[in-house]
Design a binder for this molecule. Structure first.
Ligand SMILES: Cc1cc2nc3c(=O)[nH]c(=O)nc-3n(C[C@H](O)[C@H](O)[C@H](O)COP(=O)(O)OP(=O)(O)OC[C@H]3O[C@@H](n4cnc5c(N)ncnc54)[C@H](O)[C@@H]3O)c2cc1C
Length: 488
């Protein structure tokens, strides 16, 4: 049995490990943190449960495909509920609920811009077609060559790779509110709508067409399910085991890894699901493929200022499970993330209260709150700044809900740039990897297989296909296939 040493235990590593174990490899995972799941760890405090990273369960088909690959269904591990409304967007003068049906969303659009309901249906038809092409034809390719993108379906859509999502949305809708509502899903890809190819409007199908779901107990239930699958296939998982070096022999082959406790682990293949930049720093310099200058020139997805808040009261009914506070200038906030990195003066933010729909997330009569402000990676991170933005955020929430909240805060925990670096060895504290811009799509992303060390592989949100939980599941499957191809 050939041995594979996997670095990290995020979704991509867990996925790769299970696919490889199923194919007959002996697989061991080494994770630096005490618990597995990578960015999707869980914080449990005073009876409250918080997902520390991802909270939007989109593309249920990808999760189902993943568990089907191992003879399971997602429902073997957790119970899914489709949220209705999926979420709401809070604008300055009104809110836009995103219903669980296209008809319902179209009605809400009509109230903002007459005639936009039918335009939405046409827009979503295009988005659904792109989704099918993306999932069936593009995303499952390993990003080795530009030819992978050349299919009968993509050739006729080449223009969609040259126009931006921003341009496409503008063609259909006049209202700035509707435009920002439709641009929101591409923020998951880590870049501004103006810099994301319009082909990616398939994310709008993922949003309005496939819906927003909640796994009962929170997103960590997915990790637990994946752990059961992996361990059932014989994968050994070692937590609190940071990898310090990837070892290379005189012939330039990886021979295994060295842990921070000095232990050497031999392996036929080394696969890293830790952030790509960090993974390469584990190598002697001459075996690194990408320079510091290369990484500094990339467009990274934002970092985030996060708060996990235990409220000792239930919240006003105006707040939903997922709430996007788009009541300030979207463009100005994007500018200080991507063009001129600094703290936003008037940030957009996301507020998540899973206990509104799932009573297991907070003690009775209380509410679990998770808040996220997207910020530029690498910017200054101090307690003073965190405190300032927390007060600002609570004031905006109180203003919207009309409920006095500051007296009802049982505790607040925060997480920001410094924590991303310390917890995950993240480059500049990025929250979700390398953005999917035109120049950083498919074969233009850092490669799954090292060009310098033949038996060294990478997976996760900095390589193909990109940021997000569903892409991480796919990334693990792709790299497992590449390793198997080495054998033939
Ligand atoms: C705040 C936030 C919100 C998000 N929201 C969503 C969402 O709602 N929906 C969605 O789909 N996606 C979301 N994402 C993105 C999604 O969580 C990530 O894209 C995905 O989890 C990345 O998985 P990964 O396997 O690539 O990497 P990671 O999860 O980062 O896993 C890498 C692992 O490697 C470990 N590691 C690092 N260095 C070493 C070392 N030297 N030795 C051993 N182990 C090491 C790390 O500790 C980590 O566990 C969000 C991310 C964040 C941070």
């Amino acid at each position: 049995m050939k041995k594979v040493a996997v670095i990290g235990s995020g979704f991509s590593s867990l996925s790769a490990a299970s696919h490889l174990a199923k194919a007959g490899y002996e697989v061991s995972i080494y994770e630096k943190n005490e618990t597995i799941g990578g960015r999707c760890r869980q914080l449990v405090k005073n009876g409250f449960t918080f997902d520390m990273g991802p909270s939007w369960y989109w593309m249920p088909d990808i999760f189902e495909d993943y568990f089907n690959d191992f003879g399971h269904s997602a429902s073997d591990f957790y119970e899914l509920e489709r949220l209705d409304p999926g979420y709401q967007i809070v604008f300055k003068d009104r809110t836009l609920p995103i219903a669980a049906s296209v008809e319902g969303i179209a009605e809400a659009f009509e109230q903002i811009e007459p005639g936009s309901g039918n335009k939405l249906k046409a827009f979503l038809k295009k988005a659904a077609t792109n989704y099918t092409i993306a999932i069936k034809k593009i995303v499952l390719r390993p990003g080795k060559s530009p030819l992978e993108l050349v299919t009968p379906e993509t050739v006729v859509r080449v223009g969609q790779f040259l126009r931006s999502v921003g341009d496409e949305v503008k063609k259909f809708f006049k209202s700035p509110e509707l435009r920002s509502a439709l641009e929101f899903p591409v923020l998951f890809l880590g870049a501004k709508p103006e810099n994301t190819p319009s082909f990616y409007i398939f994310m709008n199908h993922a949003d309005y067409g496939l819906g927003t779901w909640h796994p009962k107990g929170g997103m960590y239930e997915i990790v637990k399910g994946m752990q059961k699958v992996a361990e059932g296939l014989g994968v050994q998982i070692h937590t609190s085991n940071a990898v310090q070096n990837i070892n290379i022999d005189a012939k330039g082959r990886a021979t295994g890894i060295t842990l921070s406790n000095g232990e050497h682990i031999t392996a036929d293949y080394v696969l890293s699901g830790a952030d790509y930049h960090h993974s390469e720093t584990l190598l002697p310099e001459r075996y690194r493929q990408y320079s510091e200058a290369y990484w500094n020139k990339r467009t990274f997805a934002p970092s985030s200022l996060l708060f996990y808040v235990g409220f000792n009261t239930k919240l006003d009914k105006k707040l939903l499970h997922h709430n996007l506070f788009f009541d300030t200038d979207f463009k100005e906030h994007a500018r200080v993330i991507y063009d001129h990195p600094e703290w936003p003066s008037d940030p957009l933010f996301y507020a998540n209260f899973p206990s509104i729909t799932d009573t297991s997330m907070a003690p009775e009569g209380k509410e679990a709150g998770f808040f996220l402000i997207p910020i530029a990676p690498g910017i200054e991170d101090t307690q003073k700044l965190r405190d300032h933005f927390f007060s600002l955020l609570i004031a905006r929430l109180e203003h919207f809900s009309g409920q006095e909240l500051s007296q009802h805060i049982e505790f607040v925990e925060s997480f920001c740039v410094k924590d991303f670096v310390e917890a995950y060895n993240s480059f500049k504290g990025n929250a979700y990897g390398l953005a999917n811009t035109l120049r950083q799509t498919a074969f233009l992303r850092p490669k799954l297989q090292s060009k310098k060390v033949n038996n060294l592989f990478f997976t996760g949100q900095l390589t193909v296909p990109g940021p997000g939980v569903p892409p991480a599941l796919i990334s693990g499957k792709l790299v497992a296939q590449l390793i198997q191809e080495q054998e033939s």
